[in-house]
Design a binder for this molecule. Structure first.
Ligand code: UDP
Ligand code: MG
Length: 329
């Protein structure tokens, strides 16, 4: 059975699949060694060829030193050190770019996502050529009721407003084939929202449930505000509905003003006079609507410019350690 997992049968020969784990790390000094030894333990005898790409996202603790120590000892580790904290999305992008694997998985450093699940994902890719990606979603959620409420509604809103379909509870914890990875890398937009990007590139994704573990150590790097901003990123990045809302409101208001005027005219004809209040209300509604409409039109232009202008670097790497370059100097 071991041979089944290690290799896959392709084009009439057994080939060894290389697996890459991309690990974004921000102030993870308490988890990082534990994470590394857990992966080593779980993958032993199960995954023949794998590498780890750690991205140190401007940590202010001992994370960089620990990563360097791991890199020096191991022969399958790459480390990207950012010049400052660029956020998890940037760290994922940098890690994916460094991936040399046939299969690539994004996984957190805090062991909330078990390496065993990666084996499960690999099994599925190994035995189903038509599946390009296996994504894990939280089966049972261990978050507060309030957070679950906000997250669920976020998915409802964004799925209604945009062309991309987001799977509730699915995160960036997923294993994908090279071809899909290359497509993800082509999406080099500045404001990144991985869930949207993974959905946008398409491909055949299979969703499997997994159980989120308690954080092994340290605390979550996401505050409610950070999550809220991330949600806005998802909506603005994948939908122009908010921009168009101004146009719709404008057209609506102008319509109401015309209706109001007609009714006022009829009432005026019956009663015999049109008061100045009626004229003022009509004018107010009409001008308000016109204002809104033009704001909306400006928004339309601005959104296109905005989408085009995004060409700042997504991250800045201060240093890259790569096991493939070891022994060269
Ligand atoms: N992370 C990162 N940069 C950040 C915030 C988080 O690289 O600015 C990493 C973090 O080190 C962890 C992963 O992203 O490996 C998920 O973060 P966290 O566990 O804090 O999020 P949660 O599990 O609470 O959603
Ligand atoms: Mg976590």
């Amino acid at each position: 059975m071991a041979g089944r997992i290690e290799k896959i049968f392709k084009r009439n020969e057994w080939i060894i699949v290389k697996l890459t784990l991309v690990v974004p790390c921000f102030n993870e000094e308490e988890s990082i060694i534990n994470f590394y030894s857990e992966v080593t333990r779980v993958f032993k005898d199960k995954v023949e060829d794998y590498e780890l790409v750690f991205v140190n996202d401007g940590s202010r603790d001992k994370t960089p030193e620990l990563l360097r120590a791991i890199y020096e000892r191991a022969d399958n580790v790459k480390v990207v050190n950012f010049s400052r904290n660029f956020g998890k999305e940037a760290a994922i992008y940098a890690g994916l770019k460094m991936s040399g694997g046939d299969y690539t998985c994004v996984i957190d450093a805090d062991l909330q996502q078990r390496p065993e699940v990666v084996l499960e994902m690999k099994e599925i890719l190994d035995s189903n050529e038509d599946i390009d990606c296996v994504a894990a979603y939280q089966g049972e959620r261990k978050e507060s009721k309030l957070l679950i409420f906000f997250k669920d509604n976020f998915y409802k809103i964004i799925n209604k407003m945009s062309d991309v379909e987001l799977y509730p509870g699915a995160s960036d914890f997923r294993l994908m084939r090279r071809q899909m990875l290359d497509s993800v890398l082509e999406m080099s937009e500045y404001s990144r929202f991985s869930k949207g990007i993974f959905s946008f590139v398409g491909y055949n994704t299979k969703y499997i449930p997994y159980e989120v573990q308690e954080r092994a150590a340290g605390k979550s790097k996401w505050s409610f505000m950070k999550l809220f901003r991330y949600a806005i990123e998802g909506i603005v990045g994948y939908s122009t509905v908010p921009l168009k809302a101004a146009s719709y409101a404008g057209i609506g208001l102008m319509g109401i003003s015309v209706l109001y005027l007609i009714i006022a005219l009829i009432v005026g004809a019956v009663v015999g006079e049109i008061t100045s209040a009626v004229a003022i209300i009509t004018l107010l509604l009409f001008l308000g609507g016109l204002n809104s409409l033009f704001l909306g039109i400006i928004g339309e232009y601005l959104s296109r410019t905005y989408l085009q202008v995004k060409d700042r670097p997504i991250y800045i790497a201060k240093e890259i350690l790569n096991y493939e370059d070891k022994g060269e100097d």
